[in-house]
Design a protein around this ligand. Structure first.
Ligand code: PMV
Length: 323
């Protein structure tokens, strides 16, 4: 047993296939070079002490048996991760957990999933338990579902495996397609999206228009599979049209917003190959695929339209133990 372990995991950026992935379809997600860092230390007492300044938790202590909905929001993923780890491996100890995010939780880069992955990975190191990536995924995915009830698990996969992944909802397929950098620009709307509400909204729409919505998902499915082939062939220039098509379909599902549209149209007008929202919609970020020549013009156009350009690199390394 070790006393103290430090772990980091990357944030993620959804490229293609959001929402349809919730219904067991594929998506393409990339890990970004902005990381969550977590230190887990064994303590003498019982219960869990949590220090998570990025989500406003200065020093919180509670018993592991506290129901998740009685905990502050920023503590739920950490506690769910410890609970599910304990349940599987029957190991319990007092713990002090400190989290430090390299990115704002407002961007939608998946801070909750990265923190969940870091905590479970760190616990496996503390208790000398050898867990493979698939088991790590199962424990973390269970934890995310315990907290938010919905989700495909794509963000957990990005935090574990890193790179750019072809991911099928629930983790039925997880393939790393490339570790290369994608030629893209990210624009933040300044508005925090509520993923759970948007997923529920799409689910309501699907309930009342099952055939139509499933046909939209069928087309998104085809787009994702075309993008997959393009990435395998290193053919990034043709991403643009597919991004625009995916955006039109997301708009038809009602998850885009005027602000997202403004940034997307600004990027396209400035010469991006194509642009779309990234993630649940409702706010957070948009992405534009660009040539090197046009990058600066696209970035300026996004800023002029009221967005904030966030500098990231795609295809980052998955979860790792830090010295
Ligand atoms: O809002 P984000 O960036 O966490 O993305 C959500 C993506 C969805 O497909 C809408 C939900 C999911 O869990 O796949």
């Amino acid at each position: 047993m070790k006393n103290k372990v430090k772990v980091s995991a990357p944030g993620k950026l959804m490229l293609f296939g959001e929402h349809s992935v919730v219904y067991g379809r594929p998506c393409i997600v990339t890990a970004v070079n902005q990381r969550m860092r977590v230190t887990v230390e064994v303590t003498k007492g019982d219960g869990i002490e949590l220090v998570a300044p990025n989500v406003g938790i200065k020093n919180f202590k509670a018993s592991i048996s506290t129901p998740l909905d009685k905990l502050p929001k920023g503590a739920r993923f950490v506690f769910a991760a410890v609970k599910n780890f304990n349940k599987k491996y029957k190991v319990v100890s007092g713990l002090c957990i400190k989290t430090q995010s390299g990115f704002s939780s407002e961007f939608g880069f998946g801070s909750s999933s990265s923190v969940t992955v870091c905590v479970v990975k760190a616990l496996s190191q503390i208790f000398d338990i050898d867990i493979c990536s698939n088991i790590l995924f199962d424990i973390c995915y269970r934890s995310v579902l315990d907290v938010q009830g919905v989700g495909s698990g794509f963000d957990i996969a990005a935090a574990i495996w890193g790179g750019t992944l072809y991911f099928v909802g629930g983790g039925k397929t997880i393939n790393c397609i490339t570790k290369k950098k994608m030629p893209l620009v990210v624009g933040y709307t300044g508005i925090k999206a509520d993923t759970t509400t948007l997923v529920k909204r799409v689910s309501e729409l699907r309930k009342s228009n099952l055939k139509l919505v499933d046909s939209i998902f069928d087309i998104i499915d085809s787009i994702v599979n075309m993008v997959h082939k393009l990435i395998v062939n290193n053919d990034f220039d043709n991403f643009g049209q597919l991004a625009n098509l995916n955006q039109g379909l997301l708009d038809s599902l009602g998850v885009s917003t005027p602000k997202l549209s403004d940034l997307i149209f600004a990027a396209r007008s400035a010469g991006a190959y194509g642009a779309k929202l990234s993630g649940a919609g409702g706010g957070d970020c948009m992405i534009a695929f660009v040539s090197n020549k046009k990058r600066i013009f696209v970035e300026k156009a996004i800023e002029k339209a009221g967005g904030k350009v966030i500098s990231i690199k795609t295809g980052a390394k998955g979860v790792k133990i830090e010295k």
